[in-house]
Design a protein around this ligand. Structure first.
Ligand code: ZN
Ligand code: ZN
Length: 348
């Protein structure tokens, strides 16, 4: 089978190769990849941003595929099931899993890309708990590329808004990096939850599309002027927003914090430059701000998201699909900031 093998960190260390097709072992399944979403994390993965990544590996953690092989003692999946990948397997027994935070399980070591090969390939093997079965209503409604975005892009936005920010109807929510993979879904979900939604983007074209997705206000930030908090304060009559879904990391963080109401919640989702930010503790203490991280979505939250996707108009947004062979072009497209929502790779 064909797979993009990362032998050395950096784009000169990755090649498309012919390798052996995986064989399902005890508790494992092999899936034939139908599509694999391209996440900003993939760029960080390839460049070695996660130091614990074991090489060689295959990038790609947003996989949609069909179960083709079942190993011994597989209990919840059958041949022919349409599945999407989680970030990795979970054990179901540790303190984190038992408290419902299976997205944070570190007991199960098999995490896509970091410890087991990911989805930039024709086939992927993993323990069955690394995959979630897609209900038939959803695989009739959405394409494999659209389904591939549900865990990491749509799901991250859902957990950030519903569980972490606990957005209620009538709240005002600010979404930075709103044209990106998590952002376009956060805008749709915030509207679904009944929030007044302010979106930040740096592109005029994306601003128009964000309005079509339901954003009540779109603020155009520029790389030179990221002080969008001034406009947010003017829109909210000086009060600030109940919650910020922050998708950029150090780039938009200062203005994001300054856009919050007293007692507001900042949910940290994205980290484009992977660098540090000098936080002023006084601003957090005196305004009683809440800072929360979020990563992926839990199994139970995902079942709720499946129902929402079934009956609502929320749509996974895939800007473009690229053949697996054209991975480099797809990454170039993403780093140039051209994408609205996700892009995906498809084996041909
Ligand atoms: Zn992702
Ligand atoms: Zn666990």
């Amino acid at each position: 089978m064909k797979a993009w093998i990362l032998n050395k960190f950096g784009y000169d260390g990755i090649n498309l190769r012919e390798v052996d097709k995986p064989v399902a072992g005890f508790g494992e399944v092999v899936i034939r990849v139908l599509a694999c979403g391209i996440c900003y994390r993939d760029i960080i993965d390839i460049q070695g941003g996660f130091k614990y990544t074991v090489l060689p590996t295959v990038p790609g953690h947003e996989i949609c595929g069909v179960v083709e092989q079942i190993g011994e003692k597989v209990e919840n999946l059958s041949k022919g099931d349409i599945v999407i990948s989680r970030h990795g397997a979970f054990c179901g027994k540790c303190e984190l899993c038992l408290s419902g935070n299976d997205n944070l399980c570190i007991t199960a070591p098999q995490k896509f890309v970091h410890s087991i090969p990911g989805g930039y390939a024709e086939y992927v093997k993993a323990p069955e708990s690394a995959f979630e079965k897609i209900p038939p209503t959803l695989h009739k409604k959405f394409s494999p590329a659209e389904l591939s975005t549900i865990f990491c892009a749509v799901g991250t936005a859902f957990r950030a808004l519903v569980s972490q920010a606990q957005v209620k109807p009538g709240d005002t929510v600010l979404i930075t990096g709103a044209g990106g993979g998590v952002g376009v879904h956060a805008v749709q979900i915030a509207k679904f939850l009944g929030a007044y939604t302010i979106a930040i983007t740096t592109s005029t074209e994306k601003a128009e599309r964000l309005k079509l997705l339901g954003a009540d206000e779109v603020i155009l930030a520029t790389k030179q002027n990221l002080r969008f908090n001034e406009q947010v304060m003017s829109i909210t009559g000086g009060r600030g927003v109940d919650a910020v879904i922050e998708n950029t990391g150090s780039i938009g963080l200062e203005a994001a914090i300054r856009s919050l109401k007293i007692g507001g919640t900042l949910v940290l989702v994205g980290n484009i430059k992977v660098d540090r930010y000098p936080l002023n503790p006084g601003m957090v203490i005196t305004r009683e701000l809440k800072l929360k991280g979020t990563v992926g979505i839990t199994h139970n939250e995902l079942q709720n998201l499946f129902k929402v996707l079934e009956y609502s108009n929320i749509k996974p947004i895939v800007h473009a699909e690229f053949p697996l062979e054209n991975m480099m072009d797809a990454h170039k497209y993403l780093t140039e900031g051209k994408t609205f929502g996700r892009i995906a790779l498809k084996p041909t």
